[in-house]
Design a protein around this ligand. Structure first.
Ligand code: ADP
Ligand code: MG
Length: 256
């Protein structure tokens, strides 16, 4: 793969709280190439969401810096889209109005961008639902609508924080398949945080394992499957899937 699009350099984060200082992230560095899909796994509370918020520019680290396309960021970047566990669709807005929200907020609601949003809805099978309200859609479709809203502002990098963990297992498998194919089809770079080892292996080119808080990188695993037209479900059936799973499981300190 080619040039680095994201560079995380010596990130450290200490929160100040009434009960004193919380050392959330110790010293984390890694780079992501254009088009790569990276997962970050680690024990609950180890600092995964904190790290993703720092990469998004929403949270300022107490140490280190983030480069996007070789530029240091000090605030949120238009190149970065953020997708969370809850889809945060507004119930009183139609799907189309929800999809336009990011464009409205960034004051880019022009004819060209509206047409692009409609095109995304059409390409990804939600056009017929554009005038429906979120409550009229299934969990999977809502998640797809949330992704389309994120894509509508044309980010190069997608950050996903436990984006599927609110869904039941079967839906989750289907949505993972769906979201993965959209991300690949749109040639996006992705950084996903999850506590689900299988999910991370099935979607990623590389899995980064963090230690307990304060987070440090414990190990990095390059994931390679010999399957043409890779999809998350196919990867789960690949012979070496278990091996990756066992290696990462051992690293995860789940038994403390
Ligand atoms: P994860 O996503 O891996 O579960 P988080 O990044 O949410 O972990 O949190 C890491 C640690 O930092 C936790 O101990 C959490 O309680 C603490 N933390 C998170 N946000 C704040 C905050 N705004 N103020 C103080 N402590 C926080
Ligand atoms: Mg979290």
């Amino acid at each position: 793969m080619s040039e680095n699009i994201v560079s995380v350099q010596n990130i450290g984060m200490k929160y100040q709280s009434i009960n004193g200082e919380i050392n959330a992230i110790e010293d984390v560095s890694f780079s992501v190439s254009k088009g790569e899909f990276i997962s970050i796994v680690g024990p609950s509370g180890c600092g995964k969401s904190t790290l993703l918020s720092i990469i998004s520019g929403l949270l300022k680290p107490t140490q280190g810096r983030i480069l996007i396309d070789n530029d240091e960021i000090n605030t949120t970047s238009e190149k970065v889209g953020y997708m969370l566990q809850k889809d945060y669709l507004f119930d009183w807005r139609t799907i189309y109005q929800n999809v336009l929200l990011g464009l409205e907020i960034s004051k880019k609601l022009n004819a060209e961008n509206k047409a692009y949003a409609l095109e995304l809805l059409r390409t990804y099978g939600l056009y017929d639902f554009k005038d429906k309200y979120p409550s009229q859609l299934s969990g999977g479709m809502r998640q797809r609508a949330a992704l389309i809203r994120t894509l509508a502002v044309k980010p190069e990098i997608l950050l996903l924080d436990e984006a599927f963990s609110a869904l039941d297992y079967q839906t989750r498998l289907a949505v993972t398949e769906d979201i993965y194919s959209i991300i690949k089809n749109e040639n996006k770079t992705a950084i996903m945080v999850t506590h689900d080892i299988s999910e991370s292996i099935s979607m990623s080119d590389r899995v980064i394992v963090l230690t307990k808080r304060p987070a440090l990188i414990k190990s990095t695993h390059a994931i390679k499957f010999d399957c043409p037209n890779r999809t998350p479900l196919k990867c789960r059936e690949a012979p070496n899937f278990r091996e990756y799973f066992n290696n990462i499981w051992k690293e995860l300190d789940v038994h403390v």
